[in-house]
Design a protein around this ligand. Sequence first.
Ligand SMILES: [Zn+2]
Length: 295
Amino acid sequence: MAAIDSAALNAIPLAPANRAPLAPEYPWPQGYKAAMFLSFDVDAETAWTAKDPARYGELVTMSYGGFEVRVGVPKLLEMLRQQELKATFFITGWSVEAHPAMCEAILKDGHEVGHHGFHHVMPIPGDPMLVEEVDRGLEVLKRRLGVVPKGYRAPSGESCEELRVLLKERGLIYSSSWRDDVRPYRHLLADGRPGLIELPVTMTYDDWLFGLSHRYSPRPMFEREHVLSIWKDELEETREWGGMVTTVLHPQCSGRPMRLKLLREFLEHARAYNDVWIATGEQIAAHFASCEAAG
Ligand SMILES: [Zn+2]
């Protein structure tokens, strides 16, 4: 085993990695007790090509991503119409180029479209690809869909200071990637400037963990009752706390028949509370910003 690099360890600042102040306890709008940020990550084939472009030639692997376009997204849109819910879809730029009709259908139903990188590449500090991923994503959303995104979700759930600064410079309003809270908060950049609003995520609602198995990420699938129990428990207690939950759902998983049934049941359960605000990221971030401005 390689020795631990003690010089590198000792170079780590003796300070928290996230120095943002604690989340303010703003009330939710219209008497709501808690919130749910209903969001989907539309990776399509980029979920599989980001780590190895040669996989584009592995057509069965690609078909996992292709399911989103052919079945997953249309079925989810139909279900959201039935439930009268609006959601946020974070879409990779590559997917917009390759599947414009799917993205137009999302917009046509009145959902929000957010930024999710171009090739779904994990940001590495100092790598020119980091800037390219953000700028190509912005360019294609504008050109193909006429969308200037307000929200950003980090591909592969990772970020760094360089990316935080870049997102602010490019005019993004909110990020939904961090795992460290149950309420929205304002990022604090390393230079002391305020950053984006964070709508934090929990792995509890990442469907990939429960329902998608592949030879590159083999895992047993969880049964519906098991996942529903986890999802309901997290929501129930978060509601008591007056917090928010964020879903990270992938149409290549939650667009499958069994998974869609599970999601529908969970959303019906959440709606039945009548005091959980099920909203898009744009709505939640705008609410936060208005509370912040009012002091
Ligand atoms: Zn993704």
